[in-house]
Design a protein around this ligand. Structure first.
Ligand SMILES: Nc1ncnc2c1ncn2[C@@H]1O[C@H](COP(=O)(O)OP(=O)(O)OP(=O)(O)O)[C@@H](O)[C@H]1O
Ligand SMILES: [Mg+2]
Length: 312
C-alpha cells in the first residue's frame, strides 16, 4: 500500500486505557474499547463532556500517553510496528500549556524541528512564526508570553515537521476573538492544502461550523459518529415561531405539539418533525382565527444533539 492510497488518516481499534491512579483513587478506566476511523482530508471533531477521554485518546495518538491495549494506525503506520513513521505523520497542539520558559519561540521551534529530525535547510521557522502571528515575539523568552501567545507557539510547534494530521486539543478554550479567528483561518487553510484536522472543543457552534464529521465520546466510549449534517438531521425536535397580529387565545393543536408563549409576544410551537408538519400547525392557527403577522422556524443545533445523546 502506498501512502497515496490511504483512505483513513487515523484508524483506532479496541483502544483501552486504564490509568494506574493513586492508592487513594485507584485505577481509572479512561477509554473502554474505542473503535474510530477518521477519514483523510476531513476536519473531524471529537466532542464530549469533561473527563470523557478525549485528551487521553489524543495523547495516545501523539505518543504522549501509553495505551493499555488496542491498535492505533496513523497515516497507515501502526504505532507499535512503525513508531517513528506514525509519530512523524501527526502533530499535536496539547490542551496543557506546557512550554519551556527558557526558550524563545524561535528556539522552541528549532528544538522541536531537531527532535523530529527536520534538516536545517528544510526548516520553515520564520514562515511558521508568521503563520501563528508570533513574528514580533520570536526572540522573547517564553515565560514572558501571555496565555494566548503560548497557544500560538504550541500550534507552531505542532506544525514544524509538516505532519499530514494535525490534532488540536481545545485550541480555543479561553482565547480572545482575534486568536480564535486566526486559529480557524489557519485550520481552514491547512485543511484546504490537504491536512487532516482533528479537534476538540466545548463550543458546539464552533464544531458545527468547522467539522465535516463528529464523534461524541462519553465515559470512555464513542457513543455516536456521523457527519455533522446527519447528526443534526437525526434530531427530531423542531420549532415554529409565530408572531400573531393580535393576541392568541388557547386553541387545539395537533398531537405532539407544545406551545410556549414568549415574553416578546411570539409563540413557539415545538414539534416532532417526523410526525407533524409546520403546515398542520399553521392550519390549526387559521382554524382558531389567529392572524399571523410573522413567522420563522428554528432547526435543532449541535448543542441539542449533544445534550440529547450524552443525557441518555
Ligand atoms: N494521568 C492521569 N491519571 C489518572 N487519571 C487520569 C489521568 N489523566 C486523565 N485521567 C482521567 O481519565 C479520564 C479522562 O480524562 P481526559 O483528560 O482524557 O478527558 P477529556 O475528555 O479530555 O476531558 P476535558 O474535556 O476536561 O479535557 C478522567 O476521568 C480523568 O480524571
Ligand atoms: Mg481534555
Amino acid at each position: 500500500m502506498t501512502r497515496q492510497q490511504i483512505e483513513n488518516a487515523i484508524e483506532i481499534e479496541g483502544l483501552r486505557k486504564t490509568y494506574a491512579g493513586s492508592k487513594r483513587t485507584g485505577p481509572k478506566e479512561a477509554l473502554k474499547g474505542v473503535d474510530l476511523t477518521i477519514p483523510r482530508g476531513s476536519v473531524f471533531g471529537l466532542l464530549g463532556p469533561n473527563g470523557a477521554g478525549k485528551s487521553t485518546m489524543i495523547n495516545i495518538m501523539a505518543g504522549l500517553v501509553v495505551k493499555t491495549t488496542g491498535k492505533v494506525r496513523i497515516w497507515g503506520f501502526d504505532q507499535d510496528e512503525n513508531p517513528r513513521q506514525s509519530r512523524a505523520a501527526i502533530g499535536v497542539m496539547p490542551q496543557e500549556l506546557n512550554i519551556d520558559p527558557f526558550f524563545t519561540p524561535r528556539e522552541a521551534l528549532d528544538v522541536q524541528a531537531g527532535l523530529y529530525g527536520v534538516p536545517r535547510a528544510e526548516r520553515r521557522t520564520d514562515e511558521i512564526l508568521e503563520l501563528v502571528g508570533l513574528t514580533d515575539k520570536a526572540d522573547a523568552y517564553a515565560r514572558t508570553l501571555s496565555g494566548g501567545m503560548r497557544r500560538r507557539l504550541l500550534l507552531g510547534k505542532a506544525l514544524v515537521h509538516a505532519p499530514q494530521v494535525l490534532v488540536l486539543d481545545e485550541p480555543t478554550a479561553g482565547v480572545d476573538i482575534g486568536l480564535r479567528q486566526m486559529l480557524w483561518q489557519n485550520v481552514r487553510m491547512l485543511n484546504e492544502q490537504g491536512m487532516t484536522i482533528i479537534l476538540t472543543t466545548h463550543y458546539l457552534e464552533e464544531a458545527e461550523q468547522m467539522c465535516d464529521e463528529i464523534a461524541i465520546i462519553d465515559k470512555g466510549s464513542v457513543i455516536v459518529r456521523d457527519t455533522t449534517q446527519a447528526l443534526l438531521a437525526r434530531m427530531d425536535a423542531k420549532t415554529l415561531l409565530v408572531r400573531p397580529a393580535s393576541g392568541a387565545p388557547a386553541f387545539p393543536l395537533p398531537e405532539g405539539v407544545t406551545r410556549e408563549d414568549r415574553a416578546d409576544g411570539w409563540l413557539a410551537f415545538h414539534y416532532p418533525r417526523s410526525r407533524v408538519s409546520a403546515g398542520a400547525i399553521l392550519a390549526a392557527l387559521a382554524a382558531a382565527g389567529v392572524e399571523v403577522a410573522d413567522l420563522s422556524t428554528a432547526e435543532p443545533d449541535l448543542e441539542d444533539a449533544f445534550l440529547d445523546l450524552t443525557r441518555r
